[in-house]
Design a protein around this ligand. Structure first.
Ligand code: AMP
Length: 285
């Protein structure tokens, strides 16, 4: 288990990637905001598995300021670079890019990537500018890292669809790999933001996954009406002490609300456990 090389300078990182690519090596990229947990590890391990021992696994750790709104948790976002490097070593990461914000967005930066339709609803409606920040930084990370493969979690389902649309529309030569949500044994989706939760809020937060599982059971039992499924999930959130931000049943690619649950429809929700906003989702049977 060797500690991956830590690179701070985006230009040096890109030079290494270009020479790896010219040498015919397979490159996989896993973009993260750090404070790595088992969800991130599943992406990193799969990246290593896909490129094989001769390939290059690149991880970025960057708390991207452009995807946070003015009243969001940018300053409070948890960080642990030393622990992250240890976890990256366990997962077989080759190099880690951890740039300063000024290195990624120097003074004078004025170019943005906007993915219109799939960014509109859900988290996009509640977090104006969020997906513009995500798409821009990921486009930049793709150009800096030159990956053949890039790994993203279904935990951030809308983000995954935004990035798939971006890659399709702009013709990035990269395959996007979506990975299933990794959960705690009791159902809570792993998230760096879970570290904000008090023990009492942690218990409340369980109602996010519980709401999804209850809706899935109802759907499996024949309930196909979207309004009924959404109301059921919303009631489960409220009963568990989570204030719903949104609950929607949508088409898996367009993310437009559907009136009836079809195989593959995705139930997405966001809610507040105390001050902490959490998201989760589930594909219905
Ligand atoms: P983040 O550090 O929160 O920006 O997440 C980095 C990547 O890890 C994103 O592609 C996330 O979707 C993914 N990810 C975060 N949590 C999980 C999870 N519980 N299961 C699977 N993937 C996850």
């Amino acid at each position: 288990m060797t500690t991956p090389e830590l690179v701070r300078d985006p230009a040096a990182w890109q030079a290494r990637a270009l020479s790896d690519r010219a040498a015919g090596r397979a490159l996989a990229l896993v973009p993260t905001m750090g404070f790595l947990h088992d969800g991130h590890l599943s992406l990193l391990r799969e990246a290593r598995r896909r490129v094989g021992p001769g390939g290059v696994v690149l991880a970025s750790i960057f708390v991207n300021p452009t995807q946070f709104g003015p009243n969001e948790d940018l300053a409070a976002y948890p960080r642990d670079l030393e622990g992250d490097l240890r976890r990256c070593a366990e997962a077989g990461v080759s190099r880690v890019l951890a740039p300063e914000p000024e290195a990624m967005f120097p003074a004078g930066h004025q170019t943005w990537v906007e993915v219109r339709e799939v960014s509109q609803g859900l988290c996009g409606a509640r977090r104006p500018g969020h997906f513009r920040g995500v798409a821009t930084v990921v486009a930049k990370l793709f150009l800096l890292s030159q990956p053949h493969l890039a790994f993203f979690g279904e935990k951030d389902y809308q983000q995954l669809q935004v990035l798939r649309a971006m890659v399709r529309d702009l013709g990035f030569p990269v395959e996007i790999v979506g990975m299933p949500i990794v959960r705690e044994p009791d159902g809570l989706a792993r998230s760096s933001r879970n570290s904000y939760l008090s023990p009492e809020e942690r218990t409340r937060a369980l109602s996010l996954s519980r709401a999804l599982f209850e809706a899935r059971e109802a759907a499996a039992g024949g309930q196909r009406d979207a309004a009924t499924l959404v109301a059921l999930a919303r009631a489960a959130l409220e009963a568990g002490g989570v204030r719903p931000d949104y609950v929607e049943l949508v088409h898996p690619e367009t993310l437009r609300p559907v009136a009836r649950a079809e195989p593959g429809s995705v139930l997405l929700l966001a809610g507040f456990a105390g001050k902490t906003r959490l998201i989760d989702n589930l594909r219905l049977p």
